[in-house]
Design a protein around this ligand. Sequence first.
Ligand code: AGP
Length: 609
Amino acid sequence: MCGIFGCVLKQGNAAPVIHASLKRLEYRGYDSVGIATISNSEIHVKKDQGKIDDVHKILNLDDLPGTIGIGHTRWATHGAPLKVNAHPHTDCTEQIAVVHNGIIENFSELKFELENRGHVFRSKTDTEVVAHLIEESFKRNPSLSLVDAVLDAVKKIDGSYALAVVSAKEPDKIVCARNESPLVIGVGEDAVYCASDIPAFLPVTNRAVFVNNGELVILSPEGYEIRKIQDASMVTREPKVIDWTPEMAVKQGYPHFMIKEIHEQPETLRNTLRFQEHYLDLISTFLDRAREVFLVACGTSYHACLAASYMFSKLAFLATYPVMASEFIEQHGKSVNIDSTILAVSQSGETADTLAAVTCSQQRAATILGLTNTIGSTLTRVSRVYIGQQSGPEIGVAATKTFTSQLSVLAQLALRLSKKRGKISQDEMDMLEEKLETLPETVETIIMTQEEKVKQIAHKYRDAKIFFFLGRGISTATAYEGRLKLMEIAYVPAIAFPAGESKHGPISLIEEGFPVVFICPRDGCYKTLIGNIMEMKARGASIIAIIEEGDEEIKALANDYVEVPRGIPEVLSPIPFVIPLQLLAYYMALERGHNPDTPRNLAKSVTVK
Ligand code: AGP
């Protein structure tokens, strides 16, 4: 997730306006920043890696001529956060500049074609292909308008984009285009703006025009004009008045980042499906050849590893050992060796315990693989191969969207490995891939239809002193994650363990009204789980069940239940089944008067051991 911005002013300098607007978009990405303006039919660019304030101190981002320009604040997905990969990107002639938010899935093929036509690329990004595509359109037809050249280019792109383009050939306009990544137009008295999000221009105008998928917008001193990309037909759309405060706008109207990020999961899950094949292939090849595989992480990322160990075993018949990073050195520091492979999972890529485990393994010649949300983080630098989870920055301290993204990537790796090993039938492979594709809609349905129910459950149990979270099989990982969320955000003591363990001790805690959350997908453990529910119920527990839609058998046993859509394959079930648990933690925190975004004693990235 990155932030793009552009403005066409009737008078005054565009650069300071762009700089200030990018600051308001910094929550969308902050590993590099750049601005391009047009003056005297020339493009002027300033960009570098680093946070906006740091880059501004060195380059003075306000000091660029011209009343028109575009800008970008980056969250790296392709290409490390280096100056060369910072946006704006230009074509060979440096007459065209582009900023982009999204993922161009076919950029490798497009880049190959363009290089064969003599185009010279400077960066490792997917975005740069857009500048050269537009240049190529002009080469083929010099009389083309910028609008037509952009239309030509975007029709060749597969994937998501919110683009803003300027060209020295037509220095009085910005051409934008949208497919899936957000794009909104701000309409001021003496200016028009384009941005990834309303906060960018809200302090200067509250009149916004929302751009739909498949639309292109032309910004000029005369205002804005919307066209359909498909046939260039005109679209008429009046501005809406936005009544948010700037603070609310950064959360897109949500009261907290955590609930915004829970609601973002359909989009972030779609993004994890836009992978470059070769990253998935490369990592699954390393896993295929590994003699022993440790999945190493902390906290929520460890729970993703725990779930992944079931995925790798059930799909690819690969034994993997999930290990809490803080225990890795004690447990395996002496045995890890050249035949070991470490898949380290860390959304921040900076967690000290995880990096310490990686360093220890590296010193003993183990192979290090990485899964992270933060390209350019330490984990990406120490990994032999890494894969980005493409969740966009997660501002809330509690990991929510980054957890489900990690699960999606790990499931794709397990599927890829299973295909490589010929362990499951083509039909099952097709079914699982189709189910992965529909998970974003499944999560959307859960949020839309069950959020209110979860809110009521949180209210009902707001004074509970302790919870159990129980699951069997892969749902044990989901139970652990639900427990962690409730503890860290609502400060409610909670215990999670495999449901089969209850009778080996913990069940002694149960008394009348003791809330026990059960994760109940209709998988191989379903029947045994019913038995676990009965044993808790017999001792007076209040059963809160996360069930598949229409599961009458468990509905009859539960005091409260939340339904997720039917037909989710067991190995993918943690993704939908964790959503109600994320919401439960959030609403329980509100019931108990806590701010879910800033839980006490916690930091977003634990960079100390
Ligand atoms: C999750 O809600 C917590 N904030 C915490 O457990 C976190 O998952 C853990 O510190 C690992 O962080 P990482 O993924 O950045 O390594």
